[in-house]
Design a protein around this ligand. Sequence first.
Ligand code: ADP
Length: 593
Amino acid sequence: MPRSGSGGSSFTAQELKNANLQLVHYVRELEALYEITAVMSSGRERGDFFARLAGHAAALTEVRCAAFFLRREGDGAFDSHPAKSSATATVLLPAEALENFHRRLAAGDRQVLRSSKDIKLFFPRGGSTAGVLLPLTVEGVLEGFLAVADKRKNSLDEDDFRVLSLLTGQAVEYLTNRRLAREKERRLKDLVVLHEVHSLLDAEPDLSKTLRGVAKKVAEALGAEVCAFLLHEEATNELVTQPCAWGLPEGERSLLYRVQVEARTSSGRVFTDKKPLLVEDALRDPRVTARSAKLWNYRSLMVVPLVIGGKCIGVLRAGHNRPGMFSSDHLRLAGLVAEHAAVVVENARLYRRVQEDMKEFRRLSDLKTDFLSMVSHDLLSPLSSVQGFVSLLLKGEAGDLAPRQAEFLGICAKALQRVTLLIDDLLDHSRIEAGVVKLCPEPVDAVDILESARRDHEPSAREKGVELSSNIPGSLPRLTADPQRLRQVLDNLLRNALKFTPKGGRVVLSARAGKKELVVSVTDTGIGLSVEEMEKIFEKYYQVEGAYSKRVRGSGLGLAICKSLVERHGGRIWVESTPGEGSRFHFSIPFPA
Ligand code: ADP
């Protein structure tokens, strides 16, 4: 036998020929893989891709017939995608036949296609007598087979099996990618629907209009004919169809049915278990009551719970009059929509409750204001007559008074004055709240008003041992204001300053003209206020707790009245203070434009 080469290694011509053949085979294999990868990334249509792949299977293993059989959506049968050269027609294999082969393959039987009867199932016109099947399993699910058949028995060797496994690997990768792409597409669609639903939820304050919009969107996205919200009514423990249902004839009230939660209907069950329900055919499913199916004329049904904070507040139902119209994908989308809708329903309910509470609150507040003004008014007239008589007695009009009598009557007169002030505050406040206080603005000389207020408080300052002074410019721009109400604000602030400043302290009334407004300040060296107190003192009925404040208790309305009056004039009121050092109350009144 001739030898070639030199040195230690030499090959026979036959060996070289075989090696060469092997090399050619590998190159063809590589070329095929290269082409498959290119086709895969070009996004070519599924049938074309598998026909090409089958073509490579036939060419690389040199068999007559090769075809992929892929599971069809819907009925689960398998479609064939044969290599162009394969002597076979496109056939449709029943699912059971292939499942049977799959079982045998799973048990380790590689050559499952032994009889020509079996092979005929795959290649009816090929006349093949031997064949193999390789399964395509994607994420644990059998998606199809690669079938290869030939006339020669044992025509496939180990190397062919290796090539065929390589090709089925490519097929599985292709199917996985397609599945992922489809999943991505579905998610994107879900997102679009959710976005649309979300914009509806945000835009429309009226709950029934919102729910109608959502029901319509959901019906469109799911391809449903009827879509409705059933909300839980606590008083009756019923689920009540909302009039905003989509797909029900307008105004047909008999269709807006209500069900007891305990009655084990599909809605009642979903509501109680907080788990969604998918029904292929309502007519054959015992979980669905014939009444609701007949009423709304559906066969396919989907019910999802509306859950918020772990509590179920109702259900969303969608139906179609043909069976098998909804899949788990539809159910997932409906679930996502239901999550959003539950928040909106709950918000709307809370809003309604707050509005009802506000209405009740306003009613009670009006009642209180009426009551206060009635009581204060009725108190004021006997009080002023008592005050009149006490003052006559003090003047000696009913005869001379013994010193003790005069002292006691003096105390009575002061107490009466305090009560009158309290009632005045109450009356004023209730009038302001009721909106019956009308301002009577007129041109006002601020210097006059300020100086006369200081003068009038002089006696009580002296009596208390507090120095009262003013720092007011000789002239100020004229204001347009209600002089009586302006005086009321000044009196309140001066009275407070004197009230909360111990003996030996100082109170200063000052004013300065700003560009657009007059700013009046009342400064004292009294007990002062903490930051938290400063935030609250303009609220009605607020009084600072404390030993000193307790001794000089008022109505807690004075500053609230000042605030209303100043604001009615278009101004503002504020305070600066340091506890233990004193306070500085300011208010502003804008100059006329
Ligand atoms: P009251 O009739 O109780 O004085 P106000 O509304 O006039 O009601 O004042 C509310 C509370 O603000 C007072 O109870 C007091 O605690 C505090 N306050 C008001 N003015 C002063 C001040 N000049 N210095 C310290 N505390 C003050």
